[in-house]
Ligand binder design. Structure first.
Ligand code: AMP
Length: 562
């Protein structure tokens, strides 16, 4: 630190003594520098559309440096957003590190969003350059007229596999990268402050417009460190991580940083996220851990049930993004010998907020009590401060009885949305209301009962849609379940259950009621059950309750006229 800055700090600090340690900005590319130096041979296997590539952290670093230089040649300025429409591959990872390494911001767009949402967020982020998998070229061609700001499309493939396209300025990634002057790149990252923006992610936007959350280098590095503690993800250099969490979903749960930080091998499965592929990849690469939303892992369980296959090396699974049902916990634990860690978070939290791992206080629990605890969302790590509060913001006790909104604050939690939407997000103590409702026990284990907007209020009392769904899922004929509020003249709202049954199975409303009556209070029993062919899902694989509510909003009127 130079003398002037030191003197400035000293003035600010007044009588406090300035620490005498090096002041190192926490920058994303430091993670890759570390992995390339300390774990240079650790492999990253990438399932791209044009083949399977085995690479290393050292090679990814070398190519990311070229991406940084090539982006400068392209005229991308520090602070500018660079979009990706891509599955999990090594090239995608290079683009992330290359963009942040020159001070730009990567902006992964979820290709499963509605086209209108994709157009909206690309325009909102003012992206001029898009990196896309070949599979998304037709989608982009259909949208390009509505994206006048985008001047260049780089397709994440090689020249030999470049699809014919009408996209302006389209070029394959390998040819684009080869245009770097001097061949090997400048071999240096840019220098800037750790609070510089690094990654931009839009919330799933099931209600209202998607909103942008802009992670900083500092927040990404800090969260990746903190979630890699042994009681959270705990990745090690002995792990082979099958990354089934899409990188475009909330910073890929930080795994593109935690894995190289720890020197864990990475398997990037591209679009191979169906149950059969996950099982095959896990076996082939002897993956030790993986994770993702319950829908993806239900696919894995269904595949294994059908074929009798197992990935014997898989020891741990991190399941989150929506509640992990008891039936899934049981299946993994009892039939597969896999330790499921139930995790909670949201885009606005960077995204990981908690994980459910046993403590000395809970280690002796057995049977139903143990299962009930494991279904909880767990405890917050260091750097996430948690408050339970009532509607008016008054703090509630952690006694497992009081139910309220979960509020969070910390250096990896959003302060405001990108573009200044929704000002004054935080309360006077700096807490952000997650909109999730639940209770916290004396050991700090969170139990989320619902999203505030998904709760069902019947006769002034709350019914947890999550608990109703979990109870329904315990019935062997039920594949998927969603409980939503239906308007009711007498009670205000009553539960309506939409069910998808397993192939070849049958269930009546009376049978379901008998099954549920043994598990939830009688007044929670759904007034109506709809058997559907499928449930609508959001772009991140969660059941789209907002859509279901729309679909069934006039259910009681319809029922009345039946
Ligand atoms: P997203 O920003 O798309 O990751 O969505 C975040 C929201 O997903 C949270 O606010 C919760 O409502 C929900 N969610 C995530 N993980 C869990 C979980 N383990 N249990 C219950 N809800 C969850």
């Amino acid at each position: 630190m130079n003398g002037n800055i030191q003197a400035g700090y000293a003035r600010l600090l007044g009588t406090f003594m300035l620490g005498l340690m090096q002041n190192w900005p926490l920058l994303c590319h430091k993670v890759l520098d570390h992995a390339a130096r300390v774990h240079p041979r650790r492999t990253v296997v990438s399932y791209a559309a044009d083949g399977v590539f085995e690479t290393t952290y050292a090679q990814i670093r070398a190519r990311a440096l070229r991406v940084a230089q090539r982006l400068r040649m392209e005229g991308i300025q520090p602070g500018e957003r660079v979009a990706t429409l891509a599955s999990n591959t090594a090239r995608h990872l290079e683009v992330w590190y290359g963009a942040t390494g020159m001070g730009a911001v990567y902006h992964p767009v979820n290709p499963r969003l509605f086209p209108e949402q994709i157009v909206y967020i690309i325009q909102h982020a003012s992206d001029r350059l898009i990196f896309a998998d070949p599979a998304y070229v037709p989608l982009l061609e259909s949208l390009v007229d509505r994206l006048p700001g985008v001047h260049r499309f780089v397709v994440l493939t090689s020249a030999a596999n470049m699809p014919a396209t009408t996209l302006p300025g389209a070029i394959d990634y390998e040819s684009w990268l080869a245009e770097v002057r001097g061949g090997d790149g400048e071999n240096s990252w840019a220098s800037f402050d750790e609070n510089t923006g690094a990654g931009l992610f839009y919330t799933s936007g099931t209600t209202g417009r998607p909103k942008g959350v802009l992670y900083s280098h500092r927040s990404i590095v800090l969260l990746s460190l903190t979630v890699n503690a042994p009681d959270m993800y705990g990745f090690t250099a002995r792990d082979v991580v099958l990354m089934a969490v899409p990188m475009y979903h909330a910073n890929g749960w930080s795994w593109p940083y935690t894995a190289p930080m720890a020197g864990a091998s990475l398997i990037l499965p591209g679009t191979r996220l169906d149950g059969a592929s996950l099982c095959e990849l896990a076996q082939r690469h002897r993956a030790t851990l993986s994770g993702g939303v319950p829908t993806v892992w239900q696919g894995y369980l269904d595949h294994c049930a059908k074929t009798g296959e197992r990935a014997a090396s898989l020891g741990r699974l991190f399941i989150g993004g929506s509640p992990c049902p008891e039936v899934m916990l049981r299946a993994f634990e009892q039939d597969h010998g896999i330790d499921v860690v139930h995790a909670w978070g949201m885009t606005e939290m960077g995204p990981t907020g908690s994980a459910c791992v046993m403590t000395p206080e809970t280690a002796q629990l057995t049977g139903a009590e143990r299962m009930a605890l494991r279904q909880r969302q767990g405890r917050v790590p260091f750097l996430v401060e948690l408050k339970l509060a009532d509607e008016a913001g008054k703090t509630l006790p952690w006694d497992d009885q009081a139910t309220g909104h979960l509020h969070v604050r910390g250096p990896c939690i959003l302060r405001e949305y990108f573009g200044g939407e929704e000002q004054r997000l935080l309360d006077s103590d700096g807490y952000f209301d997650t909109g999730d409702v639940g209770a916290i026990d004396a050991n700090g284990f969170i139990h989320i009962t619902d999203r505030a907007k998904d709760l069902i209020k019947s006769g002034g009392e709350w019914i947890s849609s999550v608990e109703l769904e979990n109870a329904a899922l315990l019935h062997p004929a039920v594949q998927e379940a969603a409980a939503i509020a239906a308007a009711d003249a007498k009670w205000g709202e009553r539960p309506l259950m939409v069910l998808v049954l397993k192939p070849g199975c049958a269930l009546t409303q009376e049978e379901l009621a008998a099954h549920l009556a043994a598990r939830v209070p009688r007044w929670w029993l759904p007034d109506a059950v709809v058997f559907a062919g499928e449930l609508p899902h959001t772009a991140t694989g969660k059941v789209n309750k907002a859509r279901l509510r729309e679909q069934y909003q006039d259910w009681s009127t319809k029922r009345g006229s039946d």
